[in-house]
Design a protein around this ligand. Structure first.
Ligand SMILES: Cc1cc2nc3c(=O)[nH]c(=O)nc-3n(C[C@H](O)[C@H](O)[C@H](O)COP(=O)(O)O)c2cc1C
Length: 423
């Protein structure tokens, strides 16, 4: 099986296989640091036979977080050993662990950071989000996120240092690397996009200048860590919010030239959360007895864009995340040349040892190696709200609520038993 093949990253780290547990925000840090629940949660993944494990997003600011219980690197540690305990728990069985670092920029909801209700979010430019055209959607968006404040040059330099400090904390704690979250509409993605970055200074105006913040952060992180520290970037494929294909390719070139070890391809934002699509329903799959190569490749949401990146950057290590549910789909993605690594999120919250128990388990047939997740439908008032919400991303919110619930079970030391798993 291709998924079982080893791969060496440019920094020298050897991954034992191609299956990577993708980032999922745990929503467990109260207030700021990893704790016992993180250890119980990650210990389940550490026994799963993953080639590499990414943490959920860790915020580099405590003023602007993605959610109140995100871990942050911006505050002194209450327990000086909490980060090293976290790193050693994840890596207990030799799997390299990588911390995902993030700043939400204009996507920081109220109450999720150490700031008053009246403090505005920050962003490259004062451009508010569009989560739906109806009056109600606009009102909800205004209330939740408002119009962000344009960052000063001083703010930008602070953010560069905050990412560097975050990487240093991960490095000193014993993690093998960091990944910068430059996808899903967070601050770094806001800088990359011509729709949210209207600046005319050194951080905006052209595709290259819009990538300047990301590049400076990458360089600073190399300064404060080591050439053998894994440096990855999660970036979006070309979509409605990212600018032209030529612009995105130019930005990827600059990112590659800055010396990264892998690029993870995803897509979507809070405005249009394509990364949280539910994929083919079980019944549709069952109808296809011998899936064609084309059908298998379509299982992955962003593989076709990854193939375009591959044609320009033949040596770049590409991780593709979103939609993978079957062994055959994963094998097809690797065989297509578009992916070197297969990123898996939601299934990992259902079957934490997915690599060893299913995908790489030779006793499990190809037909059985199919993690058919039923669509998430919330019951009660939460379900009603989602069904009637004017905000486009409400369905993705429902998915997050559901899967975060699974992470919380695992954090409590319970099994993640799931009724969504079709028999
Ligand atoms: C509960 C939950 C939390 C997530 N948190 C993050 C995150 O912190 N950082 C990130 O890059 N993506 C995050 N994602 C997105 C996943 O990494 C992934 O891109 C997406 O779920 C698609 O992959 P999948 O089809 O394998 O689930 C999250 C997804 C879920 C379900």
């Amino acid at each position: 099986m291709l998924v079982q093949q080893k791969i060496t990253l440019p920094n020298g780290t050897v991954l034992e296989n191609r299956l990577v547990k993708a980032a999922m925000a745990e929503d467990l840090a109260a207030p700021n640091d990893p704790n016992e629940q993180h250890l119980k949660l990650y210990s389940q993944w550490s026994h799963g036979g993953w080639g590499m494990i990414l943490t959920g997003n860790v915020q580099v600011s405590d003023v602007y977080k993605g959610a109140p219980a995100d871990i942050t690197t911006a505050t002194p540690l209450a327990d000086p050993s909490s980060w090293s305990k976290w790193a050693s728990t994840i890596q207990a069985n030799g799997t390299p662990a990588v911390v995902q670092l993030c700043h939400p920029g204009r996507q920081s909801p109220p109450g999720s950071g150490n700031r008053s209700f009246f403090t505005k979010n920050i962003a490259p430019s004062p451009v508010k989000m569009n989560m739906g055209d109806s009056l109600m959607a606009r009102a909800v968006t205004a209330l939740l996120f408002g119009t962000p404040r344009e960052m000063t040059t001083g703010d930008i330099h602070q953010v560069i240092e905050a990412f560097a400090e975050g990487a240093k904390r991960a490095f000193e704690a014993g993690f093998q690397g960091v990944e910068l979250h430059a996808a899903h509409g967070y601050l770094l993605a806001q800088f990359l996009s011509p729709l949210s970055n209207l600046r005319t200074d050194e951080f905006g105006g052209t595709a290259a200048k819009r990538a300047e913040l990301l590049i400076r952060i990458l360089r600073r992180i190399r300064d404060v860590t080591s050439p053998t520290f894994i440096l990855g970037v999660k970036s979006n494929s070309v979509d409605a919010s990212s600018g032209s294909l030529a612009d995105v390719m130019e930005q990827i070139k600059l990112t590659v030239d800055a010396g990264i070890d892998f690029l993870e391809i995803s897509g979507g934002t809070y405005e249009n959360p394509t990364m949280m699509a539910e994929g083919a329903a079980p019944a549709e799959r069952a109808a296809t007895h011998v899936p064609s190569r084309r059908t298998l490749e379509r299982e992955s949401f962003f593989l076709s864009f990854a193939q375009q990146v591959r044609s320009e950057f033949p040596k770049l290590i590409l991780m593709v995340t979103g939609g993978f549910r079957t062994r055959l789909g994963m094998e097809a993605a690797l065989a297509s040349g578009g992916a070197d690594l297969v990123g898996i999120a939601r299934p990992a919250a259902v079957v934490p040892d997915l690599p060893t128990s299913v995908i790489m388990n030779e006793k499990v047939t190809d037909e059985e190696a199919n993690l058919r997740l039923r669509p998430v439908r919330l019951g009660g008032w939460k379900g009603w709200l989602v069904d009637h919400s004017p905000v486009k991303s409400a369905g993705a919110g429902a998915q997050s609520i559901y899967y975060v619930g699974q992470l919380h079970r695992m954090g409590a030391g319970e099994k993640s038993v799931d009724s969504r798993l079709a028999a």
